[in-house]
Design a protein around this ligand. Structure first.
Ligand code: CP
Length: 304
């Protein structure tokens, strides 16, 4: 691996495979009574989140702690960012304290790349605008691998708000590299016109999205990013695009359901589907810790 993990667009299948294999070993550590190994003792990580997060930020912090790193969270609203400090100055300030890894989430696409070019610490993209969320895609792939035993020759349908989803973009890039077929489906106003250039097939009906599909990744409606009404109402969205038990009658019996969270319950996915044996939303969260432990290990040990 290189110095940073900024996205999956330019990652190789071998790099992705390496992270997923290492995550398997890290998952074993998570299953122990005492979840602590000395692997990264003396190394430090700062989580710098300009957007809200529960799963990504907490799992990075725990991943670091389980590997014996010193970890710090910067709450941007109560940091000098609130006084107008720019990203590069914040980054250089963090670096001057001897930090090895900066995990950044930012509302602007490319912010982690800019930071990575300007500091020598490793930078991990924890979500940049509508661009990429590589660690979410990695944990999604790990969860699929765990349930299905492979990624190649699987059909994965990504359903919902594709336009605003960094999760969709990282999943499409990652899964296509690993030999899966990716389909997308959602309201036409939420399907970007050039999505097929990334390797995804656009479905025009729910039935087409479900037919032959091994995995459904249900996306959250990103109301915070939508400037104007791109569908008439949430009720209509749930009716036309919500994943519910009735719709899943047409899917394979062993179809696997993923959702990155947080969930808009009853809108993009019904509570019954969330709680059915086919959904692995909670397992995804656990796997997120293992995948992030693997990444921290590979980035820091690889750099030594
Ligand atoms: N899936 C995801 O990125 O969740 P958080 O926003 O809670 O980190």
């Amino acid at each position: 691996m290189g110095k940073d993990l900024l996205g999956l667009e330019h990652a190789t299948a071998e790099e992705i495979e390496g992270i997923l294999v290492t995550a398997e070993a890290m998952k074993e550590v998570l299953g122990r009574d005492i979840k602590k190994v000395p692997t990264l003792r003396g190394k430090s990580m700062v989580c710098l989140f300009y957007e809200p997060s529960t799963r990504t930020r907490t799992s990075f912090e725990l991943a670091g702690k389980y590997l014996s790193m010193d970890t710090v969270n910067i709450a941007v609203n109560t940091s000098s960012v609130a006084k107008g400090e720019c990203l590069i100055d914040t980054g250089k300030t963090i670096e001057a304290m001897g930090v090895d890894v900066v995990v950044i989430r930012h509302g602007s696409a490319g912010a982690p790349h800019f930071l990575a070019q300007n500091i020598s610490a490793a930078v991990i993209n924890a979500g940049d605008g509508q661009h990429e969320h590589p660690t979410q895609a990695l944990l999604d792939m790990f969860s699929i691998l765990e349930a299905k035993g492979r990624l190649d020759n699987l059909e994965v349908a990504v359903i919902g708000d594709i336009m605003y989803s960094r999760v969709a973009r990282s999943n499409i890039w990652g899964l296509c590299k690993m030999g899966a077929t990716v389909k997308v489906f959602g309201p036409p106003t939420l399907i970007p016109p050039d999505i097929e250039k990334m390797g995804a097939h656009v479905c025009t009906t729910f039935d087409e999205a479900l037919e032959g599909t091994d995995v459904i990744n249900v996306l959250r409606i990103q109301r915070e990013r939508q400037g104007s009404a791109l569908f008439p109402s949430l009720r209509e969205y749930a009716m036309l695009y919500g994943v519910n038990e009735k719709r899943l009658q047409k899917a394979k019996k062993d179809v696997l359901i993923l959702h990155p969270g947080p969930v808009n319950r009853g809108i993009e996915i019904s509570p019954e589907v969330m709680e059915s044996g086919r959904a692995v939303i909670t397992e995804q969260v656990t796997n997120g810790v293992a995948v992030r432990m693997a990444l921290l290990y590979l980035l820091i040990q690889g750099g030594n």
